[in-house]
Design a protein around this ligand. Structure first.
Ligand SMILES: C[S@@+](CC[C@H](N)C(=O)[O-])C[C@H]1O[C@@H](n2cnc3c(N)ncnc32)[C@H](O)[C@@H]1O
Length: 267
């Protein structure tokens, strides 16, 4: 592991800080929910055993570990501004790097696969980082970018959810997180010079399955006090929303995870 960053980034000091006692559980639930879709997208690129892979904002590490298994004669760099949850000893071909991807530059043409999930939306420089990620690819290499698109909170059929989810999305937006950028991923990949651009979408939200409900319950637990403190919700509204989540209601799809992929043209 290299680097010694002060965590001044909005992600790590805000609503999603890794200092929160439940953050590892939240990240692992995120993995449980979205890894199957991610693996499906990565598999369709037919990774070769020798591929050099870069996982940006690796979180709790599951996709970096999957890549390390999938490219036994290749290598994986798992980069994160706060990599405390990634086990560097998990595989011999895995390197964990403490890196702020808004400033870090990897050598040009040095990866066959670069992947980032639920990362770019957090970073105001997202389009510029995406362009740099294309530079890091070798000719013929693939960039896969996945992010969350939030449907309007006010359209929820559940009044309690309209309030609590509305408070959450308002707080995220105030941190500089773009709740709609995911929809632009395919166009951004094309603008950055990628070919063979494609996209798939995974729905998420209240009542979709037990893991999503647990993810949302933890999110309320982590953020409730802050949302109340910021005047975005009352304690009673947060409590009503928690009761709703715990009742496993009929599904209310409130997010779409866009998975976009594109290939750097071969020279
Ligand atoms: C919502 S989590 C997603 C984790 C993982 N990609 C996943 O989908 O399971 C976002 C991750 O991006 C990391 N991150 C946020 N800003 C970053 C930055 N500027 N440079 C590198 N990593 C960053 C966070 O530390 C966190 O691990």
């Amino acid at each position: 592991m290299s680097g010694n960053l002060v965590h001044a980034d909005a992600y790590t000091t805000g609503l999603l800080s890794k200092d929160l006692p439940t953050e590892l559980t939240r990240l692992q639930l995120l993995e449980k929910t979205y890894d199957p879709g991610t693996v499906q997208v990565l598999e369709r690129l037919r990774p070769e055993p020798t591929w050099r892979c870069l996982e940006l904002g690796a979180g709790a590490g599951s996709i970096a570990y999957w890549m390390a298994d999938r490219v036994p004669a290749g290598s994986v760099v798992a980069a994160d501004i706060d990599p405390r949850f990634i086990d560097a000893g998990r595989a011999a071909n895995l390197t964990v790097q403490c890196a702020d991807i808004t400033t870090e530059d990897f050598p040009e043409g040095s990866f066959d696969l670069v992947h980032a999930r639920a990362v770019f939306m957090h970073l105001p420089q997202r389009e510029e980082i995406l362009r740099r990620a294309v530079r890091w690819l070798a000719p013929g290499g693939w960039l896969v970018v996945e992010d969350v698109y939030f449907l309007p909170a006010e359209d929820s059929p559940y009044p309690q959810w309209r309030q609590a989810n509305g408070a959450w999305t308002t707080a995220l937006a105030a941190q500089g997180i773009d709740l709609a950028w995911a929809r632009r991923i395919p166009a951004a990949l094309t603008d950055a010079g990628c070919a063979s651009v494609g996209v798939s979408v995974t729905p998420g939200g209240l009542g979709v399955d037990d893991d999503q409900d647990e993810l949302l319950r933890i999110r309320l637990l982590q953020s409730g006090d802050r949302l109340v403190g910021a005047g975005l919700a009352t304690a009673e509204q947060i409590d009503q929303a928690r009761l709703l989540v715990e009742s496993h209601p009929a599904p209310d799809v409130s997010t779409l995870v866009y998975s976009g992929w594109g290939q750097k043209p071969a020279r």
